[in-house]
Design a protein around this ligand. Structure first.
Ligand code: ZN
Length: 433
């Protein structure tokens, strides 16, 4: 059985799903399309209607409904799963096991949020890179800012492979931090419509209040917000009736909000897929748009740029990202003048400010230089020892040695203990400390 995952950055998934379903239907095969959010299901149904693909051979279903009604709609020959990075969930597993047929899984980030293998698939197919999609105008280009809020996350506990959300909330709830969020939104977000990705419901509501108190209209929604209310909020957002949409985890995947120009990353995460899903959500292309991502929590230093090329794998985690070049300098630097992020360069390519390496970066560079000096010393020492060993190869007695190193090599040759060379050196007045 051939199973595969399609990894197609942010665009085009629904159309490919439709094309695959259509071709399977033409051969008389029954297709089941699964998603986990109603909004995604609605989107797919609408597209199938627009493409006039309505027939009784394809069903579009919520995985939660399907798992309670297995087999009730007859046979299934092909399962298509949307947003498959969550396909490790038991409901998906049960449905797949029950029908035991071919599967095609779709996601922009073929890696589970918890980093475990995506074992519902055995082949991975990678689509066009995000960088290429930007070039083609299929996703929007963006400016990435990472202002430093001066929060230390190093002592935050970990739960289920990511940061503990309660610890994060405690860290991010200081008054000064809220002030900085507002300050940098005004400065860098330029008053445009934004989606704020928060830590949890409580944090999202607080961020929402903070914007409203500052006179910038904001609304909050989360998974417990009733579906019709959620829809209304999204419609109002699309109609520009308010500026900031605050949420936690809800708008990470599958929801298209083209009018959002700015992404506010307020949740530090160790999950690469979560980071990419959130950061890229504002890249839905609109004529003339250049999106803005404001990363308040340094996710870029944990994972690199959201559109970097990555080697995805079904069996293991994506290679861990280190924000360091070989010489210890940072791969991604933040301009202290305009807060833009850029790849290692002496001068900010956006505003021309000279880059001053941070204290940590200077320390890194020094340590690596020191290490290099030590390595060079060691290399030279090894070379001398090798030459010396060559010289003493034919010596028969210690009197022939001209210096301490020759005695050491000679001792080694005869298998003497290290003390032998010292005793001989003292005797022959060749001892050097
Ligand atoms: Zn700059």
């Amino acid at each position: 059985m051939d199973l595969c995952v399609f990894c197609l950055a942010v665009v085009g998934k629904s159309y490919i799903m439709a094309a695959i379903a259509e071709s399977a239907n033409e051969k008389g095969n029954h297709v089941l399309i699964l998603a986990h959010r109603n909004s995604l299901i609605e989107q797919h149904k609408e597209l199938f209607e627009n493409l006039e693909l309505n027939n009784n051979l394809t069903r579009i279903e919520s995985v939660f409904t399907e798992v309670r009604h297995l087999g009730e709609h007859g046979k299934v020959d092909l399962i298509i799963i949307d947003e498959a990075h969550i396909s490790g969930a038991s409901s998906y597993r049960k449905v797949c096991e029950y029908y035991n047929c071919k599967r095609v899984l779709f996601t922009a980030t073929p890696s589970r949020l918890d980093g475990k293998p995506l074992d519902l698939a055995d082949v991975i197919v990678t689509g066009i890179s995000a960088k290429e999609l930007i070039k083609r105008g299929q996703i929007s280009d963006y400016d990435y800012y990472a202002p430093n809020l001066d929060v230390d996350f190093s002592d935050v506990r970990k739960s289920c492979g990511d940061y503990n959300t309660q610890d994060l909330e405690n860290k991010m709830s200081a008054k000064k931090i809220y002030g900085d969020i507002l300050k940098y939104y005004k400065l860098l977000g330029k008053d445009q419509q934004a989606i704020a990705y928060c830590i949890n419901i409580n944090h999202s509501k607080q961020v929402c209040d903070m914007f409203n108190e500052a006179g910038i209209l904001a609304k909050h929604m989360d998974a417990s917000t009733p579906e019709n209310e959620r829809q209304e909020i999204m419609n109002e957002f699309k109609e520009h009736k308010f500026k900031i949409l605050c949420n936690c985890n809800l708008i990470s995947e599958g929801i298209t909000l083209p009018s959002a120009n700015v992404g506010l990353l307020l949740r530090p995460t160790l999950s690469l897929p979560l980071y990419i899903q959130q950061a890229c959500r504002v890249l839905t292309p609109v004529e003339g748009k250049k999106a803005i991502i404001i990363d308040y929590v340094g996710n870029v230093f944990r994972h690199g740029m959201p559109t970097d090329d990555r080697e995805w794998s079904l069996s293991s985690k994506v290679k861990e990202y280190y924000n360091e070049n070989e010489d210890g300098s940072f791969k991604i630097r933040i301009c202290q003048n305009c807060f833009s992020t850029f790849e290692t360069a002496p001068v900010c390519p956006y505003c021309g400010a000279v880059y001053e390496p941070t204290a940590i970066e200077i320390q890194n560079i020094k340590e690596i230089q020191l290490k290099k000096v030590e390595e060079e010393k060691e290399r030279k020492r090894q070379e001398i020892m090798k030459r010396t060993a060559e010289k003493v190869k034919n010596y028969k007695n210690p009197e022939e040695c001209k210096n301490f190193y020759e005695l050491v090599e000679m001792g080694k040759r005869f298998g003497y203990k290290p003390g032998w060379a010292i005793i001989q050196a003292k005797r022959l007045h060749l001892y050097k400390k």
